[in-house]
Design a protein around this ligand. Structure first.
Ligand SMILES: C[S@@+](CC[C@H](N)C(=O)[O-])C[C@H]1O[C@@H](n2cnc3c(N)ncnc32)[C@H](O)[C@@H]1O
Length: 284
C-alpha cells in the first residue's frame, strides 16, 4: 500500500535526482493532481492510502516531467491573474509577465462600471481578455487568434471563469475583417526573433507553439501589423496596449508613433525590471 506522503517523497526524490530546478513545487502539484487532492492535503493527510490508479498516474506524470514536459502542460492548466486557464497544445501557457500588461490596461480603464469595448489580438487561452472582463464587469470583448484550437480553449476558459456572456472569440488574422470602435486593443503578440527560437529553454521551445513565439526576422512583424491596423479600430481616445519582449520598447514606441498614437508613459516594468507593457492613445 502506498500512502500520499510516501508517494510525495518518492516523486520528490526522482525529480531531485534528475536535477530539476523546482522539485518540491513540481512534486506537490503532480502528486496532488494524481491523487485528486488539494496540494495542501499532502502533509495533512500524508498517511492516507492511495488507490493503485493514483500511484500509476503519478508515475506517468513523473516520466513526462523527466522527459522535459513543464508541470503546467502535464496538469493541462495554468493560473493567471488568480484564475485557472485550461491549456491546449495550440495555446501559449500564460506567463506572470503578462499580468503586468493586464495591470497597465486596468489603470487605463479606471471605471469599474463602464461598458468598455475590448479587443484582444492573439488571445491564446483568452487569459488577458478574460482577466480584464472579470475586473470590469460591464465590459465586453472580442478575442482573436489564428489558431482554431486556441479559440476553442479560450471559449471554454471564458465559460469556466464566468464571463462567456460578455466575450466572443473567433479565428482570424490579427484585425482582418473586424469593425471598431474599441476602447482598448490589447495584444501579447509573438515577439521572439525567428533565429533566437532554437536558443530558448527546451521547455519553451518544445512545448509552447511556434505560432505564439515567432515574431519574424527581427521579432517585430506582429507589432508592425497591429500598429498599422489599430488606430482605425480605436475609438477617439482609445488605447493600444502591447506586451514587449526584452529590449523592444524603443522599436515598438516608434511604430506606435508612426501610426499616430501618443505614447502614454515609459513602458511599465515587470517584476524582473524588464520594460514589459507599452500603451499608446489615439488622439481625440
Ligand atoms: C505570445 S502568444 C499570447 C497568448 C495570450 N494572449 C497570452 O498572453 O498568454 C501570441 C498569440 O498570437 C497568436 N497569433 C500568431 N499570429 C497571429 C495572427 N496572424 N493573427 C492572430 N493571432 C495570431 C498565436 O496563436 C498566440 O496565441
Amino acid at each position: 500500500m502506498t500512502t500520499l506522503g510516501a508517494l510525495y517523497r518518492r516523486t520528490l526524490a526522482a525529480l531531485r535526482e534528475a536535477g530539476l530546478p523546482t522539485p518540491e513545487l513540481d512534486a506537490r502539484w503532480l502528486v496532488a493532481e494524481a491523487a485528486g487532492v488539494e496540494a495542501s492535503r499532502i502533509v495533512l493527510d500524508g498517511g492516507r492510502a492511495l488507490a493503485p490508479e493514483a500511484v500509476a498516474k503519478a508515475e506517468g506524470f513523473v516520466a513526462r516531467r523527466l522527459a522535459g514536459e513543464p508541470v503546467d502542460r502535464i496538469l493541462g492548466t495554468r493560473d493567471f491573474w488568480g484564475l485557472a486557464f485550461r491549456l491546449a497544445p495550440a495555446t501559449l501557457s500564460p506567463r506572470p509577465d503578462t499580468e503586468t500588461l493586464v495591470g497597465a490596461c486596468l489603470e487605463a480603464l479606471p471605471d469599474r462600471q463602464a461598458p468598455y469595448r475590448l479587443l484582444d489580438l492573439g488571445t491564446g487561452t483568452g487569459a488577458i481578455l478574460i482577466a480584464l472582463l472579470v475586473e470590469r464587469p460591464a465590459a465586453t470583448g472580442i478575442g482573436i487568434d489564428k489558431a482554431a484550437e486556441a479559440v476553442v480553449a479560450a471559449r471554454e476558459n471564458a465559460r469556466a471563469n464566468g464571463v462567456a456572456d460578455r466575450a466572443c472569440f473567433a479565428e482570424g488574422d490579427w484585425t482582418n475583417g473586424l469593425d471598431g470602435p474599441f476602447d482598448l486593443i490589447v495584444s501579447n503578440p509573438p515577439y521572439i526573433p525567428a533565429a533566437d527560437i532554437e536558443g530558448l529553454d527546451r521547455e519553451v521551445r518544445e512545448h509552447d507553439p511556434r505560432l505564439a513565439l515567432d515574431g519574424g526576422e527581427d521579432g517585430l512583424d506582429a507589432y508592425r501589423a497591429i500598429t498599422r491596423a489599430a488606430p482605425a479600430l480605436l475609438a477617439p481616445g482609445g488605447i493600444l496596449a502591447l506586451e514587449l519582449g526584452i529590449g523592444q520598447e524603443e522599436a515598438v514606441a516608434a511604430l506606435m508613433r508612426a501610426a499616430g498614437l501618443a505614447i502614454l508613459a515609459p513602458a511599465r516594468k515587470d517584476l524582473s525590471g524588464v520594460a514589459r507593457a507599452l500603451l499608446g492613445r489615439r488622439p481625440g
